[in-house]
Design a protein around this ligand. Structure first.
Ligand code: SAH
Length: 349
């Protein structure tokens, strides 16, 4: 019955609110397996059985923001704060290139220390030692001028999840000084500057409703991002949201499949948060339509200080072993982790 909705979504890349609601809430097993199957068909048609690798480098856990969900929020006095030096970052990239990584993601809190004057030479140096690699930034909201300078310095992509496309819900997750309107303005700047741009949301964040998720899908339809980050909300013990339950894995997987059908070419990570929620979450994400994984390359000594939520894997693992383990796990489900930049198709030269 509502399996037809899946065909319609695949053909039109768009549904009505009521139709999205059915896909997000139905318990009909046939519809759910049709959704999963269609998403994997589209994923395989676009990317074959390839899973792209991104090396995540957690640059700083200083943050001027106080997002209610996030473990490194300004108000958490129990965090031991750190910043990586340029040499630290270059060492991570060098080690990463030797293992075949061709994308490095510099993620961090909004840390005033990392001015353009500090980031521009850092990005340039990465590009010098690894000219074939893509640099992705995920450093939060900055000015248009700053995004322009970082782009000029060589940054290729930028991840800035919109977190929720509903302004009232946004204000329940963030302090008053942060607005959805400003976040979206940043996303528009990034896109206009030629970044491969990623938005995205948490699933099951406190006070979220199905209507909010439908608004997220509508935003994704309209914004047409190159990347979408979707992961379950996970509580952190030192935040105001400590007592809220984690988001649902099932709903996260449905959303991955739906987004794959809305944007067939999208770069869609199977997120760390999903891998935290379920022991085989990374595989399940890929089997729902995701095609990117982001192993952690952050120096082991500071990993445990970048705790966005409880349970996040901060163990000191050897990257060689980790990659071997991941390759085995993905091979077991018929996928291959590949050493390619994995640009959005429209950006491939
Ligand atoms: N400062 C950057 C990077 C934020 S961390 C920025 O503003 O974009 C990257 C992502 O982790 C966030 O966008 C958020 O969606 C996610 N995140 C933060 N806390 C989380 C939590 N408690 N559970 C699940 N995801 C979380």
């Amino acid at each position: 019955m509502s399996a037809q909705l899946v065909d319609q979504l695949r053909a039109e890349r768009h549904l009505t609110d009521a139709q999205y609601e059915i896909l997000l809430t139905t318990q009909d097993a046939q519809t759910l397996s049709a959704l999963r199957r269609a998403a994997v068909e589209v994923q395989k048609k676009q990317f074959g059985n390839k899973v792209y690798l991104r090396g995540l480098i957690e640059l700083t856990n200083y943050c001027k923001n106080n997002c209610l969900y996030c473990g490194i929020r300004r108000g958490n006095a129990n965090v031991q704060r750190y910043r990586l030096t340029e040499d630290d970052v270059l060492a991570c990239c060098k080690a990463g290139t030797e293992l075949g990584f061709q994308t490095f993601v510099l993620q961090g809190g909004e840390d005033g220390f990392f001015t353009d004057a500090r980031l521009v030479p850092m990005i340039r140096r990465i590009k010098e030692i690894a000219p074939h690699c893509a640099v992705t930034l995920s450093l939060g909201e900055r000015s248009h001028e700053s995004y322009a300078l970082l782009r000029e310095a060589g940054a290729d992509r930028y991840l800035l999840r919109h977190e929720t496309a509903d302004p009232d819900h946004y204000s329940l997750l963030h302090p008053a000084e942060m607005t959805l309107a400003h976040r979206i303005k940043c996303l528009q700047s990034l896109k206009a500057l030629g970044y491969q741009t990623g938005c995205g949301m948490m699933v099951g964040s406190p006070h979220q409703t199905i209507a909010h998720l439908i608004a997220d899908l509508r935003f994704i339809e309209q914004f047409q991002p190159e990347m979408v980050g979707i992961g379950p909300f996970m509580p952190h013990h030192d935040t105001p949201f400590r007592a809220y339950p984690a988001g649902s894995a099932d709903l996260t997987l449905r959303l991955l499949s739906i987004v794959r059908l809305i944007l067939p070419q999208v770069l869609l990570p199977s997120t760390t948060a999903l891998g935290t929620l379920l022991p085989d979450g990374l595989e399940q994400g890929v089997l729902a339509g995701a095609n990117v994984i982001m192993p952690n390359l952050t120096p082991c000594a500071v990993r445990s200080s970048y705790l966005l939520y409880d349970g996040k894997d901060t163990a000191a693992k050897d990257t060689v072993d980790l990659l071997e383990e991941r390759s085995r796990r993905f091979a077991a489900i018929g996928y291959e982790i590949v050493h390619q930049r994995g640009d959005a198709p429209a950006f491939c030269v």
